[in-house]
Design a protein. Structure first.
Length: 310
């Protein structure tokens, strides 16, 4: 497993992180037993992954707490999040943090995020909740402040562009993938200048793991005039990536595309299937995709900012 430094946090992190949300919530939604979910976490940690991301709303913090038992806490980087679906009150956030600490079985959280923030809530959260997060940091309950976007609702990154105006966020969780690369110009130019740690979500999701969903997305993008139909094979949109010197499948290509994007640090991989976890670890240890393939992907999807890939 390769490691990198998570921006200005200085944390040494694996380039692949275990994501405990998404469609499967590490198997909690897809029928896995708690023991099977714990086994996935332990396999990831034993394979060299040291970054785990969860959240209050995922209801997987207890599973993470059990999964990290027996591992040196100081070598792990734990990320969790407070939901902000409505205007959160300081007392709610305080109670939520204490419960997260209890469920995770730890005295501190490395990165504590405001979760799924939308643009119209940002100013309130910044003025009313961020001071409390700074108190938590001073108390040693959290180490760094993070913020995550609601990518399905905000695929053009309007909230995070606003958040970049305030130099308080050490880490940002960003939606980025082959289909929607808009964060490259809209966010990463600035986050690299500010040395902000970047966690990537939506690297795969449904469109890059299910061929029929991919075709639907391509059709939608053609109808929206965000891609040129003459530049893509509608029946096999990403087939050019699969060849002896390229990727073995689209999921392989998707992870490697994100992993080698300048400005990214941790690519989150969420699955409730141990075999999928093993495959994803393998993909993340591969070299970059051929340059000609990357350039073609950048050309085809250069104008896309309307979909998340879900």
């Amino acid at each position: 497993m390769e490691y990198t430094t998570l921006g200005r946090t200085g944390l040494k992190v694996s380039v692949m992180g275990i994501g405990c949300g998404g469609p499967s919530r590490i198997g909690k939604v897809t029928g896995s037993t708690e023991e099977e979910s714990i086994a996935i976490i332990k396999h990831g940690l034993n394979s060299g992954i040291n970054f785990i991301d969860t959240a209050e709303i995922y209801r997987t913090e207890k599973i993470v707490g059990k999964g990290i038992e027996g591992f040196n806490r100081e070598n792990l980087v734990l990320s969790t999040k407070k939901s902000t679906w409505r205007n959160s009150k300081p007392d709610d956030v305080k109670k939520s943090l204490e419960k997260s600490l209890e469920r995770l079985g730890t005295d501190y959280i490395d990165i504590y995020h405001l979760h799924g923030v939308i643009l119209q809530d940002y100013d309130y959260l910044y003025s009313e909740i961020v001071p409390l997060l700074l108190e938590f940091r001073d108390q040693g309950k959290i180490r760094f402040l993070g913020i995550t976007e609601r990518f399905n609702a905000d695929p053009h990154h309007s909230m995070l562009q606003r958040a970049l105006q305030d130099d308080i966020w050490d880490v940002m969780m960003v939606g980025f993938n082959i289909l929607n690369q808009s964060a490259r110009e809209r966010l990463f130019v600035s986050t690299m200048e500010k040395n902000i740690g970047i966690l990537i979500m939506f690297a795969v999701r449904l469109a890059l793991s299910r061929p029929e969903r991919l075709k639907e997305c391509i059709t939608e993008l053609i109808q929206n005039k965000q891609i040129n139909p003459s530049e893509i094979d509608k029946e096999d949109p990403l087939g050019f990536l699969i060849h002896d010197d390229g990727a073995e499948n689209i999921v392989d290509a998707a992870y490697r595309f994100c992993n080698y994007e300048p400005g990214t640090h941790v690519i989150l991989s969420g699955t409730g299937n141990l075999d999928h976890m093993k495959d994803n670890i393998k993909y993340m240890q591969k070299p970059p995709l051929p340059e000609k393939n990357v350039l073609k992907l950048k050309e085809i999807f250069r104008n896309v900012d309307s979909i998340s890939g879900q």
